[in-house]
Design a protein around this ligand. Structure first.
Ligand SMILES: NC(=O)c1ccc[n+]([C@@H]2O[C@H](COP(=O)([O-])OP(=O)(O)OC[C@H]3O[C@@H](n4cnc5c(N)ncnc54)[C@H](OP(=O)(O)O)[C@@H]3O)[C@@H](O)[C@H]2O)c1
Length: 262
């Protein structure tokens, strides 16, 4: 399948680890040049160096916090200056803390909105005018299966990510006439470093092994296992590709069947 991604330019946010990193690798494997970011410069530089070595594409890497609007805009400007175009933008970030509603603070609500919704607005503001000029673009948000099926104890994520769907739908309508598609990818449980660490901590607290804890998680997933980050990345590559040119305003769940609705 020709994805048509060779020589395209993709921003992949929060991409030194996990799903973002897998998306950056998968786009580079298709020949796209990249602009990547994350807060820790060490892991980010290592990821950039690995991608350059493995795929011989250009990678521009800048350490930043995606909730810093000015830094995000400056990063997008610098990427545009470096490559002369931005075709694809994959938004990503860490997730808000898991806790019952009564224990959440107003500071955590502010932080969740900044991290998981406002950061997408920053990227969208920065990249959509550039895509519009070239009459081609792909904006892809990474959220969670929680946008379709709220997860108990993830009230911050459940609430703020629902707003992302409103944004995705609105932008898909507004930018469709410019040949820009806007879609959302909702991962279910995915075996990233973060989930492995969480599994280890939760397993320890319950006196079981991490493998047993993961097996318990998998019991409720029809495919009976966690996703790999690469499986989520494949959906992102497809949405970014020429092969998904008539798909917009959609949420694609990569959740092994976790969401039970129609
Ligand atoms: N893994 C799952 O099971 C799962 C399921 C559903 C949804 N999700 C969501 O998918 C997203 C990615 O999850 P993941 O499992 O891939 O996480 P991960 O393995 O912890 O990777 C997160 C990446 O984002 C970067 N990052 C985090 N906060 C950032 C910030 N404020 N600014 C810039 N970069 C930031 C991290 O680098 P630095 O720390 O150096 O910044 C790292 O590169 C999260 O929003 C998560 O809630 C994950």
């Amino acid at each position: 399948m020709d994805t048509g991604l060779k020589d395209r330019v993709a921003i992949v946010a929060a991409s030194s680890k996990g799903i973002g990193r897998a998306a950056a690798f998968a786009l580079a494997a298709e020949g796209a040049n990249l602009a990547i970011c994350a807060r820790d410069p060490g892991a980010l530089d290592e990821t950039a160096a690995q991608i350059r070595r493995q795929f011989q594409v250009e990678v521009f890497a800048e350490p930043l916090d995606v909730s810093d609007d000015a830094r995000v805009r400056a990063f997008a400007d610098a990427a545009h200056h470096r490559f002369g175009r931005i075709d694809i933008c994959v938004t990503n970030a860490g997730g808000p803390p898991a806790k019952p509603f009564a224990e959440t603070t107003m500071e955590e609500w502010d932080r969740a909105w900044q991290l998981n919704l406002r950061s997408i607005v920053s990227f969208a503001h920065a990249v959509l005018p550039r895509m519009r000029e070239r009459r081609w673009g792909r904006l892809i948000t990474i959220t969670s299966v929680a946008v379709k099926q709220p997860v108990p104890e993830l009230v911050l994520s459940n609430s703020v990510r629902a707003g992302v769907l409103g944004l995705v739908r609105s932008l898909a309508t507004q930018y469709g006439p410019d040949n820009i598609t806007v879609n959302n990818v909702g991962p279910g449980y995915t075996a990233t470093e973060r989930i492995r660490n969480l599994a280890e901590a939760s397993a320890k607290a319950r006196g079981i092994t991490a493998a047993e804890y993961e097996a318990n998680l998998a019991k409720d997933i029809p495919l009976r296992r966690l996703a790999s980050p690469e499986e989520v990345a494949d959906a992102i590559v497809w949405l970014a590709s020429e092969r998904a040119s008539y798909i917009t305003g959609q949420t694609i769940l990569v959740d092994g069947g976790t969401y039970r609705g129609l």
